[in-house]
Design a protein. Structure first.
Length: 759
C-alpha cells in the first residue's frame, strides 16, 4: 500500500478513535469524580456566601465600629453634674472643670517610652505602677484612660514632664481632654445626706446616689477623622456634639439650721463620750427636713479617708493585709452611713407619747384617769418595773407622762388590747418605711423589728407599751412625733424641694403630702399640752428654754446588741402653741449623762433656742419667766458719771478713766445681761480696754455663777433649764475658763437639772 494511503488511513483511524472516545458513555468512576467536584464547588460557594453573611450581617456592626475606630477619633466630653443647693440657694455640691489623661499605646515605639510613661504617671498622680504598666503594654489599643478629674496643678505637672522628655515624643502618646470634678465647698457639711460621687462621676451615697439619673447630664462628643498613622485630620473632618448639664436640686435643708444641728451633735459626742450622735429637724406642718446629721461625719471631698482617729489607728496596726483592707472598707461604709434613716433602735419612753395618744383617742382613759404606781406590775409570770424602781404613787395621765411611769403605760396598753394597740402602731407609721427621698431607708419587718398582732402576747404588748421589744428608725420617730404637733396629720418626709434645669427653671417641685389623719385635732392638742408638761417639770426639763414653749419626751433604751450600752433620746416640737419645728436627738452609747433627760434633752434645748431665734419666733415669757429673765443694758453713753452711779439700782457700774462723761460701755446698750450684772463704762476715748481672766463657772447654781462672774467683772446669760433654780447646775460656758476677755463681757452659761431626769 502506498505510503500516502497508509498515512491517510492512520489519520482516519485516529479521528475515528477520538470520536468514539468522545462519544462513548462515561464510566461510573468518571461520574463519581464529577459529582465530587460538583459538591466541592458547591461547598466552597456556600462557605464563601456564609463568610460574606457572617462578615456583613452577623459581625457587620462590630467590624463597622472597628473600622470607624481606626478611621475616627471619638472623644467623650464629660457633662457637668447638676448643682445641689440648700433651701436658700447656697451651693452644697458643684461640678467644676477638670482634666482627663489618656494614652494611645499603639504609638509607643520603645521600651524607654514605656518606662517614662509608667514612672511619670506613678509619681505625678500616685497611681499603682502595676495597673499603669498593664495599660501601657496594650499596644493593640488606641485608647487607654489613665486618670480623670485632675486639677490644673496636676495637669501643669504632667505637661512639664512631657516637655522635659520631648525628645522621647511622649506628647504623641499622651492626651489630655476636658473633664469634670465634683466639689463640696462646705466639706463635711450634711455629708451623710448629700453623699458623694465615684471616679466615673456616679453617685455613691446619699442624694448623689438617689438622684443620680437627674443630676447626671448627657456627655458630648468630638469626632475627628484620623489618617493612616492615627493622627488627627484637619478641623474640616471634625464634628462636635455639646454636652448637656444635669438637673440641679434645691433641698429643704437650711444651711444655718444644719450648722446649729451639727455643732450641737458634735458637742454631744464630746460631752457624753458617745460613739455616735444623730439628729433630725423637721418642719412640723410639711414634713420637710430642715436639718439631718450623723456625728462623727466625714469630708465629702475626701470620702475614702477614715476620719475616726481611733479606728484609723487600729486599722494601721493590723498585720494581715486582707484583714486590714476589710477593716478599712467596713470603717468607710460605717462613716458614710446615714444613721437617721438606716439604723433602727428601741425607742424607749418616747414611744409612750403614742400609747397615750391612742388611749385618749379611743376613750380608754382621760387626762384625769388615775393609777397607783408601786414601782412594779406583774405581767404573766414576772414583774416589770419603773425606771430605777421609782414609786410614783397615785397619778393622772397628765402626771404619768412627765414622770415616765412604765407601769401606768403598761396598764394603758393592756386596757386597749393588742388589736387597738396594733391599729395605732400601724397608723403612726411604725410598720412601714416613711418613703423619704434618700437611699437605704430601713424597712420594718413583721416578726423581726416588731410583733404583728397575731404574734403579740400579753408580755409583748406590755413591753411595747413603754417602748421596748420592738425597733424603729429616727426618721419614723420624728415623723410620728411631728404628727402630734400637726393636728394628728402624718406627713411624708422629704429632702428635695425642687428639681431645676440648667437654666434654673423648675422642672418639678415636691408638695407636702398627708399620709393619713392618725388622731383627731382635739387629741393632738391634748397631747401637745401633756408634752409641754414633760418639758416644764418632767424628765425632759433640760430641754426647757425660757420664752419658748417646748413640747417633748425623753427616752432611754438598752441596746440589745451590746452589754450595758444605751441610746439616750429626745423628741419634741416647738412652739407648743403654734408648732413649727420638730427635733429628734439620739445619743448612741453615751458614757456620761446616760439618760435621755440628762444626755439628749440639753442638746435639744440648745438647738431649740438657736433655731427658734433664727426663725424669728418671738419668745413669749410667762410672769414667772419674766422675773428670771435677763434685762437689756441701758444706754449710758453721754450721761455723766455721777448720774450713772445714782441710777444704777439694778446693776453694778465700774468706771474706768478720769473723765466726767461716759463715752463707751460694755455690754453695749440693748445687749442682754442679768439683773444685778455689771456694766463697765469708759470716760476717755483712748482709754485702754480693761480685761480679766474668765472664771470657772461650771458646777454652780444660777445665783452662784452670777455672783462669781460679777465679782470677776463679767456677766452671765443663763441658758438651759431654770426650773427649780436651786437644783439646776451649770455644765458649760461659752468662753472657756482661763481665757482673757474684756471686763463686762456676757458669758453664756448652760444649766441642767439632775432631778427626775433619769429617762
Amino acid at each position: 500500500m502506498p505510503l500516502t494511503l497508509v498515512v491517510l488511513f492512520k489519520k482516519q483511524n485516529s479521528k475515528q478513535r477520538k470520536w468514539r472516545k468522545m462519544n462513548r458513555k462515561p464510566t461510573k468512576k468518571m461520574e463519581s469524580r464529577s459529582l465530587k467536584a460538583f459538591f466541592i464547588f458547591c461547598a466552597a460557594l456556600l462557605l464563601l456566601i456564609g463568610n460574606l453573611f457572617w462578615i456583613q450581617i452577623v459581625k457587620g456592626e462590630e467590624y463597622r465600629l472597628k473600622a470607624e475606630r481606626n478611621q475616627l477619633s471619638d472623644t467623650i466630653v464629660a457633662a457637668n453634674r447638676g448643682t445641689i443647693y440648700d433651701s436658700n440657694m447656697k451651693v452644697l455640691a458643684q461640678s467644676a472643670s477638670a482634666w482627663l489623661v489618656y494614652i494611645n499605646p499603639s504609638k509607643i515605639k520603645t521600651e524607654e517610652q514605656k518606662t517614662l510613661l509608667v514612672d511619670g504617671f506613678v509619681s505625678i498622680f500616685d497611681l499603682d505602677a502595676e495597673t499603669v504598666t498593664k495599660k501601657v503594654n496594650r499596644q493593640q489599643s488606641g485608647y487607654e484612660k489613665i486618670i480623670g478629674q485632675i486639677d490644673n496643678e496636676q495637669k501643669a505637672k504632667l505637661q512639664e514632664y512631657i516637655s522635659q522628655h520631648k525628645d522621647k515624643k511622649l506628647g504623641t502618646i499622651i492626651g489630655i481632654d476636658p473633664d469634670t470634678k465634683r466639689y463640696y465647698p462646705l466639706g463635711s457639711f450634711a455629708s451623710t445626706v448629700i453623699g458623694f460621687t465615684g471616679s466615673e462621676d456616679t453617685g455613691r451615697a446619699g442624694l448623689e446616689l438617689k438622684y443620680n439619673s437627674k443630676l447626671t447630664g448627657s456627655p458630648g462628643r468630638i469626632i475627628t477623622a484620623q489618617n493612616a498613622l492615627a493622627g488627627d485630620m484637619p478641623n474640616d473632618y471634625e464634628t462636635t456634639y455639646d454636652a448637656e448639664q444635669g438637673n440641679s436640686l434645691v433641698l429643704t435643708i437650711d444651711e444655718v439650721i444644719q450648722y446649729y444641728l451639727e455643732q450641737q451633735l458634735a458637742q454631744a459626742v464630746e460631752e457624753t463620750q458617745a460613739k455616735y450622735a444623730y439628729g433630725i429637724i423637721m418642719d412640723v406642718k410639711t414634713g420637710a427636713i430642715l436639718g439631718m446629721s450623723t456625728m462623727p461625719d466625714y469630708d465629702l471631698n475626701t470620702p475614702y479617708k477614715v476620719y475616726s482617729p481611733k479606728i484609723a489607728e487600729a486599722i494601721a496596726t493590723m498585720e494581715d493585709a486582707n484583714e486590714r483592707a476589710q477593716a478599712e472598707t467596713n470603717a468607710l461604709y460605717s462613716q458614710w452611713r446615714n444613721r437617721t434613716i438606716s439604723d433602727s433602735y428601741e425607742p424607749g419612753s418616747v414611744f409612750k407619747l403614742f400609747v397615750a395618744a391612742a388611749a385618749l383617742e379611743e376613750g380608754v382613759m382621760t387626762t384625769e384617769t388615775t393609777y397607783n404606781c408601786t414601782s412594779s406590775i406583774k405581767v404573766a409570770n414576772y414583774y416589770q418595773h419603773c425606771f430605777n424602781h421609782n414609786v410614783h404613787g397615785v397619778q393622772t395621765v397628765a402626771e404619768a407622762l412627765p414622770n415616765s411611769c412604765n407601769t401606768f403605760f403598761i396598764t394603758m396598753g393592756q386596757r386597749m388590747g393588742k388589736q387597738t394597740f396594733s391599729k395605732y402602731f400601724e397608723a403612726f407609721g411604725f410598720t412601714e418605711a416613711t418613703g423619704i427621698d434618700l437611699p437605704s431607708e430601713a424597712v420594718p419587718v413583721a416578726g423581726k423589728t416588731y410583733y404583728p398582732v397575731d404574734k403579740m402576747g400579753i408580755a409583748e404588748l406590755s413591753s411595747a407599751s413603754f417602748g421596748q421589744t420592738f425597733q424603729t428608725t429616727p426618721i419614723q420617730m420624728i415623723t410620728a412625733v411631728a404628727s402630734l404637733g400637726n393636728g394628728g396629720k402624718l406627713m411624708t418626709p422629704y429632702v428635695v424641694k425642687q428639681v431645676l434645669d440648667e437654666n434654673g427653671n423648675i422642672i418639678s417641685e415636691t408638695k407636702p403630702t398627708v399620709k393619713r389623719q392618725v388622731i383627731s385635732q382635739k387629741t393632738a392638742e391634748t397631747m401637745t399640752s401633756l408634752m409641754e408638761g414633760v418639758v416644764n417639770w418632767g424628765t425632759a426639763k433640760n430641754a426647757y428654754v425660757a420664752g419658748y414653749h417646748i413640747a417633748g419626751k425623753t427616752g432611754t433604751s438598752e441596746k440589745l446588741s451590746t452589754d450595758n450600752e444605751v441610746i439616750a433620746s429626745f423628741a419634741g416640737f416647738a412652739p407648743a402653741n403654734d408648732p413649727q419645728i420638730a427635733v429628734l436627738i439620739a445619743v448612741d452609747e453615751p458614757q456620761l449623762y446616760r439618760t435621755g433627760g440628762s444626755g439628749a434633752a440639753p442638746i435639744a434645748g440648745r438647738i431649740f433656742e438657736n433655731i427658734l431665734a433664727y426663725l424669728n419666733v418671738d419668745p413669749q415669757y410667762t410672769d414667772e419667766e419674766l422675773t428670771k429673765a435677763t434685762v437689756t443694758a441701758p444706754n449710758l453713753i453721754g450721761s455723766s458719771v455721777d448720774k450713772v452711779k445714782s441710777q444704777a439700782s439694778t446693776f453694778t457700774v465700774k468706771v474706768i478713766g478720769n473723765g466726767k462723761t461716759v463715752v463707751s460701755q460694755i455690754p453695749s446698750s440693748n445687749q442682754s445681761m442679768p439683773k444685778g450684772g455689771i456694766i463697765v463704762v469708759y470716760t476717755e476715748e483712748n482709754a485702754e480696754r480693761q480685761t480679766g481672766t474668765v472664771p470657772n463657772l461650771s458646777g454652780l447654781t444660777i445665783s452662784e455663777a452670777n455672783r462669781i462672774a460679777v465679782n470677776a467683772g463679767f456677766n452671765i446669760k443663763v441658758a438651759g433649764t431654770t426650773q427649780g433654780a436651786n437644783q439646776v447646775i451649770s455644765y458649760k460656758q461659752s468662753i472657756q475658763a482661763g481665757n482673757v476677755a474684756q471686763l463686762g463681757t456676757v458669758i453664756t452659761v448652760y444649766f441642767r437639772s439632775s432631778e427626775n431626769v433619769t429617762d
